[in-house]
Design a protein around this ligand. Structure first.
Ligand SMILES: *Cc1c(COP(=O)(O)O)cnc(C)c1O
Length: 344
């Protein structure tokens, strides 16, 4: 890995971050807060929330088995994705490399930040090769994006192949594990200590059932977390979100139950799809959705919309011609989808 100083945008490296009232003073003994121009009435919503979400991070650290100093909490993982560009990649100069197809936000944030976005197509089995990814990099490549299990293909990538990328690249490798809670594979979080150029993203939006509160996490070296904290909005995670996320973190067993139920349903749905005459192929999945190649994705999509059932049409995505992406719902919802498709 290059020195962090060489990887971070120079203006960010030298940035003196905004120092809020809550940054300059935080302590339990204080009784009277006259420092932040808050209204003294309407507790607890009158007070600015903890900019570093300390209580929440203590809970995350326990659940994830990781030190608090290695945790960044953001307004969804989307914030952590955008921050990667804003911290590391110089607009109009640097580039990033990503697999294709994958999650659309990596490209959108690259475009917003005016960063060249290079893609390397997956193979027909939706796998990638470390050598081909590394061959797409040059001295201006700051980030490599991996997503495992991958969206929209659903498959996990081989851990050793991902490690070859991490070890073979002198910039930052980001592995997005938004669907990691559904996967049989061990999290790349376990590799952080040995690999200071790795960032692992996770979210409360999928298995944790909290998409509405907007809470995502990045796990990384404490130096990278420090850079992220310098650039983020001071109060990027609001009080209601911190409270609700803390509550959820205290009951991870509920999440385990949901995941077990959804995995049983997933097996049943993939099997049922494989028996539909209008389904040509369903792809192996390690997430709470699966990709299915249909006879005519657009027509089937429209037919379902007409019945009030919305799936994701991935027909126009590379390698996904005629593919629908189907999220696993409740048993009753899944059954409605199946019976609609049997009438098509
Ligand atoms: C859904 C999803 C996310 C979640 O983003 P949030 O901003 O945390 O809701 C992140 N990455 C991938 C690949 C996803 O599919």
């Amino acid at each position: 890995m290059k020195d962090l100083k060489e990887l971070v945008r120079p203006n960010i490296w030298s940035l003196a971050p905004y120092s809020s009232a809550r940054d300059e003073y935080s302590g339990k003994e204080a009784r009277i807060f006259l420092d932040a121009n808050e209204n003294p009435y309407n507790s607890p919503y009158n007070r600015y929330p903890d900019p570093l979400q300390r209580e929440l991070k203590t809970a995350i650290a326990k659940v994830k088995g990781i030190a608090e100093e290695n945790i960044f909490v953001g307004n969804g993982s989307d914030e952590a994705i955008d921050l990667a560009y804003r911290c590391f990649a110089r607009p109009g100069i640097d580039n990033v490399v990503a697999i294709e197809p994958t999650y659309g936000m990596y490209r959108v944030c690259a475009d917003i930040n005016d960063i060249e976005y290079r893609t390397v197509l997956l193979d027909e089995q939706f796998q990638f090769s470390a050598d081909r990814l590394l061959a797409a990099t040059d001295e201006k490549t700051k980030l490599i994006w991996l997503c495992s299990p991958n969206n929209p293909t659903g498959n996990s990538f081989d851990r050793d192949e991902m490690l070859r990328v991490v070890e073979g690249f002198d910039g930052i490798v980001i592995v997005d594990e938004a669907y990691g809670d559904f996967s049989r594979q061990k999290s790349m979080r376990a590799e952080l200590a040995a690999h200071p150029n790795l960032i692992v993203l996770q979210t409360m939006s999928k298995a944790w059932g909290c998409a509405a509160i907007r809470m995502g996490m990045a796990f990384a070296s404490k130096e990278i977390v420090g850079i992220y904290n310098k650039v983020k909005y001071p109060y990027n995670v609001n009080l209601l979100t911190q409270q609700r996320a803390l509550e959820a973190m205290k009951d991870p067993f509920e999440v385990d139950k949901w995941v077990r139920t959804l995995l049983v349903e997933r097996t049943r749905m993939v099997q049922a799809f494989s028996e539909l005459p209008i389904c040509e192929k369903d792809y192996p999945t390690d997430a709470n959705f699966f990709l299915a190649k249909m006879t005519d994705a657009q027509a089937i999509y429209d037919f379902l919309v007409d019945k009030g059932i919305i799936v994701r049409n991935r027909n126009r995505i590379q390698l996904c011609h005629n593919c629908l992406r189907v999220t696993i719902g409740m048993k009753s919802e899944n059954n409605e989808l199946l019976s609609a498709l049997r009438q098509y």
